[in-house]
Design a protein around this ligand. Structure first.
Ligand SMILES: [Ca+2]
Length: 119
């Protein structure tokens, strides 16, 4: 298979909007991947905040592999109130269902966009 073929079960490359309606909510999103694939997980348009400009809270995004869906993240990035976008680049170690978790902190709520792109 050509490395330029990308329509083999990959999720859409466009970013999908997520809304964290209340403080304390986390998001968990799954995608299917194949061992050796290069994947880029991108947050954009980060608008999480608690309505108080004096507080700068951090949001954490983690990626877990199929054989360890809750511990030992294979990729992570943090982005705070003042950062609109963040990226994790990965070479997938296994074939199966991967999980992305996004965890705002403090009293932050609001929206962001998440995109998963297969290189
Ligand atoms: Ca704030």
């Amino acid at each position: 298979m050509s490395r330029y073929e990308s329509d083999s079960g990959a999720p859409p490359a466009r970013a999908i909007p997520f809304t964290f309606a209340r403080a304390g909510q986390n998001a968990r999103i799954n995608f299917s991947g194949t061992a050796g694939q290069l994947v880029r997980v991108v947050v954009s348009g980060n608008a999480l905040d608690d309505g108080n400009t004096a507080t700068v809270n951090n949001t954490q995004m983690l990626v877990f592999k199929p054989s360890s869906p809750n511990t030992g993240a294979i990729g992570s990035v943090g982005f705070n109130t003042g950062i609109s976008s963040a990226t994790i680049n990965l070479t997938l170690p296994e074939t199966g269902s991967y999980a992305i978790t996004i965890k705002p902190s403090g009293l932050d709520s609001g929206g962001l966009n998440l995109g998963v792109t297969f290189q």
